[in-house]
Design a protein around this ligand. Sequence first.
Ligand SMILES: NC(=O)c1ccc[n+]([C@@H]2O[C@H](COP(=O)([O-])OP(=O)(O)OC[C@H]3O[C@@H](n4cnc5c(N)ncnc54)[C@H](OP(=O)(O)O)[C@@H]3O)[C@@H](O)[C@H]2O)c1
Length: 329
Amino acid sequence: MIKDTDFDRRNEAVPDPKDGEFLVRVTHLSFDPTQRPWMSRDTYVPAIPIGGVVRAAGAGQVVKSRNPNFKEGELVQGSFGWQDYIVTNGTTDIMPVTKLPAGVSPEQALGIFGITGLTAYFGLTDVGKPSAGDTVVVSGAAGATGSVVVQLAKALGCTVIGIAGGSEKCRWVVEQAKADAAIDYKRENVAARIKELAPKGVNIVFENVAGEILDASLQNLALRARIVLCGGISGYNADDPNETIGIRNYLLLIGRRARMEGFIILDYAPRFGEAVEALSKLIARGALKTPVDLQEGFENIPSTMRRLFEGKNIGKQLLKIADPPLARN
Ligand SMILES: NC(=O)c1ccc[n+]([C@@H]2O[C@H](COP(=O)([O-])OP(=O)(O)OC[C@H]3O[C@@H](n4cnc5c(N)ncnc54)[C@H](OP(=O)(O)O)[C@@H]3O)[C@@H](O)[C@H]2O)c1
């Protein structure tokens, strides 16, 4: 678990943009479980170097510009990092800087129309390939991605079982996200409960947690089930990936003719527009709730990051560190 003392807060002069660059006042930071492994090792992106700024998706406002494509006052998002200001030419290390469309708030840009909503959409539709009538198990069901997956699967006519920690979250998953049932993994035997709720087996497992929770789902697969490996937050605090709990029940995939497939959302960048359109339609007809856990204050960055691993958030974890200083352009 990260500690406040793992980080060093430094004050530096705000840099001036050179030709082709612009200065962004960062206003909102996104908190994503994947930032934790980025702090420990190379993953699908290089590890954050010791002494480097912690990489983080963020939103902000252009406050000075020497780039004709980005004007002062415009709201933008990108891979901005844990810092108040960033000077960029528009190509930050993972994602390009993009403008927030009119009417889209920083919370929506970083949540439902950002990595979170896009991951839920493509993971479920493209990797999971749901059909109406399928039974879908979603772990991390009250979290940012999981809560969207639950609602998307319901909108597609599936029966949905959410797995979350604690009775308050399980109530939220059923009452607000409209899952057919929720399992409290902290209190219940997950494998036995899935069997009870889905006696004919599970067609899609949308996995956000991995470890023992995934093992429980693997014991309950229907024929030709699809396991969407989205993430494994239960193992992210382990410095050595070999320390994480390996799955025991993978051989069950053979008899069930099942498929387990990982994906990284960045690969879907050319198709992001398709997801934004589909998600917007669901929001417009009231079929998609997009809860945000918004904390405040730069000094609360480490504690906000810990919220993900302490299970404190329902929906997308964000932190507001400033108001946009200029009128929106
Ligand atoms: N493949 C991709 O491209 C991609 C993109 C984005 C995200 N992801 C992955 O998707 C998953 C969800 O990400 P998110 O941004 O939506 O975060 P999130 O679900 O909001 O993550 C926080 C939640 O994870 C649960 N959790 C934390 N530690 C746990 C543990 N040891 N065991 C079980 N549950 C635990 C907690 O819920 P409870 O209170 O219910 O325990 C917590 O509220 C992550 O694994 C992330 O890495 C993958």
